[in-house]
Design a protein around this ligand. Structure first.
Ligand code: NAD
Length: 359
C-alpha cells in the first residue's frame, strides 16, 4: 500500500510515519510545507528507508499536489497537515483559514480528480482519511457527558471552527462526489516529539530550565489525553479497516484537569531529575514553579471522548494509561535534548513560550 500523508513532519504525522515504516510494509510519501511546526528531525529515524520519501509542498498549491499524486500514485491519503495551535489561531486566524479550509479543499479536489482516473479496482480501494479534533464539538459542562460521533458541532475558537469547516467539506465530497472518505476526531495527544508550545512539553522543558510553569486561569480545564503512538495505531487501523463514509472518535479515557497534569509532571521530574542535583537548594520541588496566568479567551472547559465505536468495530484500544504514557514522555524529553534543543535554538518562532497552554 502507498500512503500519501500530509503533515508528516508534525507531531502526530511523524508518529504515523514512524509507525507505518516501523510496523507495516506500506510506503509513505510525506507531504509537508515545513511551517514552524514541521521538523524533519522527527522522522530522521526513517529518512533512509526505501519506503519513505518527502515532498516539501504546501497543500494549498494545487499544481504541486497534482505533481506529487502523479509521481507517487497513492492508494490512500492520510490528511494531517494543519495549523494546530489554538492560541496562535486567536492571534492570527488567517493561516488557519488558508491551510485548514482552503488547503483541505485543494487536497480534496486533487484527490477527487486523481481518484476518478484510477482503474475500477484501485478506485474501489482508494481512501481519503481526514484527521480532525474533538474541539469541533465545543466543550462539555456536565461531568458525565462524552462526545460521540453524532454530537452536534459547536466550535469555539478560530482553530476549531476551521477544523469543523474542513470536516464538513470532506463529508460533502463523499456525499456529493462519492469520494471514499473516513473522518476521525481525537482528543489531546501527548508523547515524544511534541512541539514545546503545547502544555505537556512546555511544562517539562520549563521545569527543567527552572522557569515558571504558566497555568491558564485556575487550571481546572479538563482534557482527555491520548498517547500519540496509540493514536498512530488507531489511524492506521481506520485507514485500512474503517468503513467508508464513517466517522470514528479516538480517545484515551484519560480525563485530567490541566493542574493535575502539571502536578503529575512535577512529581515525575522530582523523581527523575531532582532539582538539588541540578544546583538548586535541597528539597526544592518543581511544583514551586507553578504560576497562574490570565485565562485564554473563550477557553473550552471540558473535552472528553466516547471511543467505544472504534473499540467495538475495529478492535482498537489505547495501550498506555496516563501514568505510563506521561512517564514515557518525560523520560523521552530528558533523553532527547538534541531534538528539543534544535527546536529551541532553531529558526522557530517561540514567542509564546513564556505563556500558558492547554493543549
Ligand atoms: P502539528 O502542528 O504538530 O503539525 C502540523 C504539520 O502540518 C507540520 O509539520 C506543518 O509543517 C504541516 N503544515 C502546516 N501547514 C501546511 C500546509 N499548508 N501544507 C503542508 N503542510 C502544512 O500538528 P499535530 O499536532 O501533529 O496535528 C496533526 C493533525 O491532528 C491536525 O490536523 C490537527 O488538527 C489534528 N489534531 C491534533 C491534536 C493534538 O493534540 N495535537 C488533537 C486532535 C486533532
Amino acid at each position: 500500500m502507498k500512503v500519501l500523508l500530509t503533515g508528516g513532519a508534525g507531531f502526530i504525522g511523524s508518529a504515523v510515519v514512524r509507525h507505518i515504516i516501523g510496523e507495516t510494509q506500506a510506503s509513505v510519501v510525506n507531504v509537508d510545507k515545513l511551517t514552524y511546526a514541521g521538523n524533519l528531525g522527527s522522522v530522521a529515524s526513517v529518512a533512509d528507508n526505501a519506503r519513505y520519501s518527502f515532498a516539501q509542498v504546501d497543500i494549498c498549491n494545487r499544481i504541486e499536489l497534482e505533481r506529487v499524486f502523479a509521481t507517487h500514485q497513492p492508494d490512500v491519503v492520510m490528511h494531517l497537515a494543519a495549523e494546530s495551535h489554538v492560541d496562535r489561531s486567536i492571534d492570527g486566524p488567517a493561516a488557519f483559514i488558508e491551510t485548514n479550509i482552503v488547503g483541505t479543499y485543494t487536497l480534496l479536489e486533487v484527490a477527487r480528480s486523481y481518484w476518478n482516473g484510477l482503474d475500477t479496482a484501485r478506485k474501489a480501494a482508494f481512501r481519503f482519511h481526514h484527521i480532525s479534533t474533538d474541539e469541533v464539538f465545543g466543550d462539555l459542562h456536565g461531568t458525565d457527558d462524552l462526545f460521540t460521533e453524532t454530537t452536534p458541532y459547536a466550535p469555539s475558537s478560530p482553530y476549531s471552527a476551521s477544523k469543523a469547516s474542513s470536516d464538513h467539506l470532506v463529508r460533502a465530497w463523499h456525499r456529493t462526489y462519492g469520494l471514499p472518505v473516513l473522518v476521525t476526531n481525537c482528543s489531546n495527544n501527548y508523547g515524544p516529539y511534541h512541539f514545546p508550545e503545547k502544555l505537556i512539553p512546555l511544562m517539562i522543558l520549563n521545569a527543567l530550565a527552572g522557569k515558571p510553569l504558566p497555568v491558564y486561569g485556575k487550571g481546572n480545564q479538563i482534557r482527555d489525553w491520548l498517547y500519540v503512538e496509540d493514536h498512530a495505531r488507531a489511524l492506521y487501523k481506520v485507514v485500512t479497516e474503517g468503513k467508508v463514509g464513517e466517522t470514528y472518535n479516538i480517545g484515551g479515557h484519560n480525563e485530567k484537569q490541566n493542574i493535575e497534569v502539571v502536578h503529575a509532571i512535577c512529581e515525575l521530574m522530582d523523581e527523575l531529575t531532582p532539582m538539588h542535583q541540578r544546583g538548586y537548594p535541597l528539597n526544592t520541588k518543581h511544583s514551586a514553579l507553578i504560576t497562574y496566568v490570565k485565562d485564554r479567551p473563550g477557553h473550552d472547559l471540558r473535552y472528553a471522548i466516547d471511543a467505544s465505536k472504534i473499540e467495538r468495530e475495529l478492535g482498537w484500544k489505547p495501550q498506555e494509561n496516563f501514568d505510563s504514557g506521561l512517564r514515557k514522555t518525560v523520560q523521552w524529553f530528558l533523553a532527547n535534548k538534541a531534538w528539543w534543543q534544535a527546536v529551541l535554538d532553531g529558526s522557530y518562532t517561540m514567542e509564546r513560550l513564556g505563556q500558558g497552554s492547554s493543549d
